[in-house]
Design a protein around this ligand. Structure first.
Ligand code: ADP
Length: 581
């Protein structure tokens, strides 16, 4: 026991009050603090803002030696340290913004025991100066912030994180190691434990469910999204909201259209609308700094109720009374969605998170993912690993759009939290507490076995050329065609590029003439997520067979899609729903 302190819990609570002025721990915090104080390694998985820092700051105050905090962002270190010093906690940082002399001075203070929390970037651990400091100073705890950076399966892999485990192993006596992250995929967690060399860690996953948030997912054609948003904004005049868009251009176009359309929807005269000021402002990273800051200020101070933003908006913005967050496009991962949607209802009041999506969002996301070479420090192999991982993150997001399960449940399960959600109101199969559109909906199940079989057959047929007698070429002539062409062939399209390839002669041609195009697309897309089909990556994606493709020809193959009942769907699409809760 590194503390020599048997009453860890009481001392921890006392420290929480004394240094931070809080009366009680939040869910998960005390368990992590107690585990660290009892000498055990921990992995804490909590969403941003849940309060990870006190989980190592309090043990740092109660343990004997120095706590080394590894943090990736040099830019944030000074603020963190200033905040701690203000609270009377002896903390310091060493980083490249300091001269060699300054660094030596801080390290000397820490070696004397005058610094309890020492913040460093991972690169620092490899320097001779720091190694020699660490060899002669008792380090009781190493806290690793943003620990997912060790994993190539996460979103922000940093190769410098790979050296942390080795640094710890080289210390004269092994400290307690505490890792923290907001990223929770199983693979990333395994990497953290393995690469940092955590020993039998206590793993705590908490704080992900937000009971005051109502979650809704609405599938909507792209051209109808803007009017849905306008309808929603118009129906909620006294509420503050964030609308997230995928591109800078979209934010400006949508803000402009809201300012035009919403006053009219509310029946305001042109004069009254002018006097009331704008409904929405755009916000994105490409705006001039002063314009952007003004947009932010106008929103935060409630002068403008709605901000239409790219994901550049939100970092460090603390506005507690955001009543709704609407996503105009599907984000790249559940992590990203959770973080952005989670900006609603910080004050604990009922708020609504709505995700608008459609199949073309998926296509766009897949394409972006393949053209994403921004991380040039990675080798081609590493880039491929990152890309595969991003693809899986995207699949998690697609799953959220498609699920008919409770959306709270989907989200907390995704993050690995196992708290029971469904039926917490006491009724079997009851609604979730926070509320979500899926718990409030009835779903109809549609048997699409024949459609799925026809699609599968068509994917095969279009790989061949067909002669005038409807005979296929001896060998496949191509890897396949894009999903749009598959649909065109099945619908019996007379389009030039269908006819010029002789695809009107293949047996699949016109097979699904009677089936609506949107239905074929839905089924095709669900088959892709289910692994029956596989859409290749690259600039011109083609549809091929997935790992489960053989199932479609099995005699007992059955395939279904689920849809919200027609009546409810119509009202959701019209944006009639009020703020739930
Ligand atoms: P994270 O690192 O998980 O993103 P922080 O550690 O920065 O979150 O904490 C987020 C906010 O919550 C901070 O303002 C912090 O002071 C506050 N906080 C943390 N623990 C508690 C607590 N037990 N009670 C009240 N507020 C807390």
């Amino acid at each position: 026991n590194a503390t020599g302190n048997v009453t860890g819990s009481a001392a921890a609570l006392d420290a929480l009050r004394r240094y931070f002025g809080y009366d009680s721990f939040r869910p998960g915090q005390s368990g992590l603090v107690d585990a660290i104080l009892s000498g055990r390694d921990v992995l804490g998985v909590m969403p941003t803002g849940a309060g990870k820092s006190v989980c190592y700051q309090i043990p740092a105050m109660l343990l004997r030696g120095v706590t080394v905090v590894v943090s990736p962002l040099i830019s944030l270190m000074r603020d963190q340290v200033d905040g701690l010093n203000d609270a009377g906690i002896p903390a310091a940082f060493v980083n490249t913004t300091q001269s060699g002399d300054e660094q030596s001075m801080v390290l000397a203070q820490a070696a004397r025991g005058d610094v309890k929390l020492l913040y460093v970037a991972p690169e620092r651990l490899e320097t001779d100066r720091f190694r020699s400091f660490a060899a002669h100073t008792p380090i009781s705890l190493v806290a690793v912030d943003e620990a997912h950076c060790v994993s190539q399966w996460g979103q922000d892999f940093r190769s410098s994180y790979l050296g942390i485990g080795e640094f710890i192993a080289a210390l004269p006596s092994r400290p307690i190691v505490a890792a923290f992250t907001a990223t929770a995929t199983e693979r990333v967690r395994r990497d953290i434990v393995h690469i940092l060399g955590l020993r039998d860690p206590m793993v705590a996953v908490t704080g992900f469910d937000r009971e005051n948030l109502y979650f809704d997912v609405i599938k909507l054609e792209t051209k109808r999204k803007a009017s849905w948003v306008a309808g929603y904004v118009a129906a909620h005049p006294d509420e503050s909201g964030i609308v997230y868009c995928a591109t800078r251009k979209e934010t400006e176009a949508l803000a402009e259209s809201l300012n035009r359309v919403v006053p009219a929807l509310r029946g305001a005269s042109a004069g009254a609308a002018q006097a009331a000021g704008p409904v929405a402002v755009a916000y994105h990273g490409g705006m001039a700094p002063d314009v952007r800051e003004r947009a932010q200020r106008d929103f935060v101070t409630d002068r403008v109720p709605v901000v239409v933003a790219t994901n550049a908006f939100g970092m460090g913005i603390d506005k507690s009374n955001v009543r709704y967050v609407i996503h105009h496009n599907m984000p790249e991962s559940i992590e990203a969605y959770y973080q952005e949607a989670g900006r609603a209802g910080r004050d604990g009041e009922p708020s609504r998170c709505t995700l608008l999506w459609n199949e073309s969002d998926i296509v766009t996301r897949r394409r972006l993912l393949d053209n994403d070479y921004e991380n040039e420090r990675l080798t081609p192999e590493e880039q491929e690993v990152v890309r595969m991982s991003k693809r899986r993150l995207l699949d998690g997001m697609i799953g959220y759009c498609r699920t008919t399960d409770c959306l709270h449940l989907y989200m907390t399960r995704y993050f690995g939290e196992t708290a029971p959600l469904i039926g917490r109101d006491g009724t079997p199969g009851g609604k979730c507490v926070g509320g979500c559109a899926n718990c409030d909906s009835t779903f109809e199940t549609i048997d699409v076995t024949d459609t799925a079989r026809a699609i599968s057959r068509c994917v095969h047929d279009v790989m061949y050329d067909w002669d005038d007698q409807n005979r296929p070429s001896r060998a496949p002539m191509r890897a396949g065609l894009g999903s749009g062409k598959i649909v065109a062939v099945l619908r019996g399209s007379r389009a030039q590029d269908v006819l010029s390839r002789g695809l009107d002669r293949c047996p699949s041609y016109g097979r699904l003439r009677e089936t609506p195009e949107a239905r074929i697309r839905d089924v095709l897309s669900q088959m892709t997520t289910d692994g029956l089909l596989f859409v290749s990556e690259g600039r011109l994606p083609v549809v091929g067979f997935g790992v489960r493709a053989a199932e479609t020809v099995a005699p007992d193959f059955r395939y279904e899609i689920k849809r919200v009942e027609r009546k409810e769907r119509a009202s959701r699409r019209a944006g009639e729903a009020g703020t739930g809760g």
